[in-house]
Design a protein around this ligand. Structure first.
Ligand code: CA
Length: 348
């Protein structure tokens, strides 16, 4: 080996033999903890597992396309890959919402069960087929936080007139409760909350909320995230680009998404509790549970909203039927397993 050869880093050696140069557009700020770093990990996995034959360059929000233009960019082939969440496209693909999170719906563990072995993934592929996109789950945040509020929520009446950043079905429930949901990409949340353009926001959980400094813009930090009990991110793959790969590389791309999917939940699980400790040590934050009757009322509204949304088009109806059947069954099992155990471990 020549000296120059010995000095080549593995990445440079790989870059020289890239046969496929792919772009990945993301909804997240570049390198954003958990979400952006999850997208980076996927790119690295594909590069490493393909021994450099596929090189993936990751773009943060607005670097190539806007945060909420990821779906269209992958659909038209501007980028071969995307990293986002399906509920951002609810105006265009309403059935997609069920693959992110449903208020009072499945947890992360249950979402993975439904998607991978309960029929969810086949349906998701069918939903995105007309757009030339192959979707895969792209990580899960676990149960999110209820959000940051500039006033206490003591009853459902306190939600009336509340302008809150909250996407997807959760936003529709807020509207039903008399609030005004606003859809903002992550990077725009802090200035909106600080300037009073919005009164409240949800984002993800301590790990991500601390990264945006949301604790500096509102005082009351509520739990649990009833609206996002286990949000699945998504990896969008341009179908033509995927099918243009030799079969072994197709398998590498698809299997790399599964590793990235599992790793993100581990990352959030580990870092959320550490970040919560950091947030609380900063003082001047009130960590509060939503009152039980508020949650009970939100649950009733959620059931109405979700049932109605699910009837809006044929595909939503079909996806929701599968989701609901799975949920009804898994609740019975988890009541006597996960829930019973968690209650035994930390009795009230
Ligand atoms: Ca959220």
């Amino acid at each position: 080996m020549t000296m120059a050869g010995a000095l080549l880093t593995p990445f440079m050696a790989n870059a020289a033999k890239a046969e496929y140069k792919w772009k990945m557009v993301t909804t997240w700020p570049k390198n954003f903890p958990g979400l952006g770093t999850g997208a980076n990990e996927l790119a690295k996995l594909i590069n490493d597992m393909s021994d450099g034959r596929i090189e993936v360059k990751v773009y943060g929000a607005k670097e190539l396309v806007g945060a909420l233009e990821v779906f269209d960019a992958v659909s038209r082939g501007t980028a071969e890959l995307g990293h986002s969440a399906a509920y951002y496209w609810k105006g265009k693909v309403p059935a997609g919402q069920f693959f992110t999170s449903v208020p009072f719906g499945l947890t992360a563990q249950e979402m993975n069960g439904w998607i991978f072995t309960g029929g969810g993934l086949e349906l998701w592929h069918e939903v995105y087929e007309p757009f030339g996109i192959v979707p895969m789950p792209g990580g899960n945040t676990g149960v999110q936080m209820g959000g940051w509020f500039n006033k206490r929520i003591d009853s459902l009446a306190d939600v009336k007139g509340l302008k809150m950043r909250i996407p997807g079905l959760g936003g529709e429930v807020l509207k039903r409760a008399g609030g005004t949901p606003v859809l903002l990409p992550g990077s725009e949340i802090f200035p909106a909350l600080q300037s009073g353009t919005i009164d409240a926001t949800e984002w993800v959980g301590p790990y991500n909320d601390l990264a945006f400094g949301l604790n500096k813009a509102a005082k009351y930090y509520y739990y649990p995230g009833w609206h996002e009990p286990g949000s699945s991110m998504e990896i969008l793959i341009n179908k033509k680009a995927l099918e243009g790969l030799p079969e072994n590389l197709q398998s590498i791309v698809l299997n790399a998404t599964k590793i990235a999917n599992a790793d993100m939940l581990a990352d959030f699980t580990t870092r959320n509790h550490a970040a919560l400790g950091q947030l609380m040590s900063k003082g001047d934050i009130e960590l509060l549970p939503f009152p039980k009757d508020v949650l009970a009322e939100l649950k009733v509204l959620s059931e109405q909203v979700v049932e109605e949304e699910a009837q809006k088009d044929e595909m939503s109806k079909k996806v929701y039927a599968s989701y609901k059947a799975y949920r009804d069954q898994v609740i019975k099992w988890h009541d006597i397993s996960e829930k019973a155990y968690l209650n035994a471990r930390s009795p009230e």
